[in-house]
Design a protein around this ligand. Structure first.
Ligand SMILES: CC(C)(COP(=O)(O)OP(=O)(O)OC[C@H]1O[C@@H](n2cnc3c(N)ncnc32)[C@H](O)[C@@H]1OP(=O)(O)O)[C@@H](O)C(=O)NCCC(=O)NCCS
Length: 185
């Protein structure tokens, strides 16, 4: 599956994407992606092999002009909360998005996320798309707002992705944003 926009392709990962992905995952910018950190090109190549089978919900964001992978976007179907695996429809999605720092501030994240939301709502049965973002992550909040997502709440000390040197967890305050299919333009 490939999604095409004016300047981008969203397509499944390939083994040859390792270099480009290592460029932005050698030092993940935000704590929520700390566990995705890649320590070497070899690790990036192994990671690409794992991702290659993911064809419907996990996409490389690729610049049309030179075929460079400049980031990624993904979301898998979930049931609405608090139901989990009780047979309820999996019509809820929570996207993760990340761009190489060198390609931020050019509207690519919005272009990719808008096309991805359109695909989830129109082709993948999405009813509700929600996003979590740290209270200090203004770029991600701005992206949610540009996508027409509603700010639904702020969860205080909601989650911890990293700890202090002494092992004490560092908790993040997290905003939740969401948009429904019936609200999607
Ligand atoms: C969150 C993230 C993906 C947002 O990316 P981004 O590049 O800032 O987002 P956009 O694509 O919307 O671009 C933003 C700016 O590009 C500019 N822009 C928009 N369209 C443009 C175009 N067609 N041409 C040139 N510039 C454009 C605008 O200045 C826009 O800002 P504004 O709309 O607020 O004025 C990025 O900051 C990132 O990867 N962060 C690290 C990972 C992360 O935090 N992920 C989320 C965890 S919750």
């Amino acid at each position: 599956m490939t999604i095409e926009t004016e300047r981008l392709f969203l397509r499944p990962f390939r083994e040859s994407d390792a270099n480009d992905v290592f460029e932005y995952l050698a030092e993940p910018e935000v704590n929520c992606f700390a566990s995705m950190k890649l320590h070497s090109l070899e690790e990036a190549m192994r990671e690409m092999k794992k991702r290659m089978g993911e064809t419907g919900f996990y996409f490389a964001v690729v610049l049309k002009e030179n075929e460079k992978v400049i980031g990624e976007i993904e979301a898998y179907p979930e049931s609405d909360e608090p139901r989990d695996d009780d047979g309820s429809p999996k019509d809820t999605f929570s996207p993760c998005w990340m761009l190489n720092k060198a390609y931020q501030g050019k509207g690519y994240a919005y272009e990719a996320a808008h096309a991805f939301f359109d695909y989830l709502f129109k082709e993948k049965g999405a009813r509700r798309i929600y996003a979590y973002t740290e209270d200090y992550n203004v770029a991600s909040q701005r992206l949610c707002e540009k996508l027409g997502m509603r700010r639904e709440g702020l969860f205080i000390e909601f989650v911890s992705f990293v700890g202090k040197p002494d092992g004490t967890p560092i908790y993040e305050n997290t905003y939740q944003y969401a948009v429904l299919k019936r609200e999607w333009r």
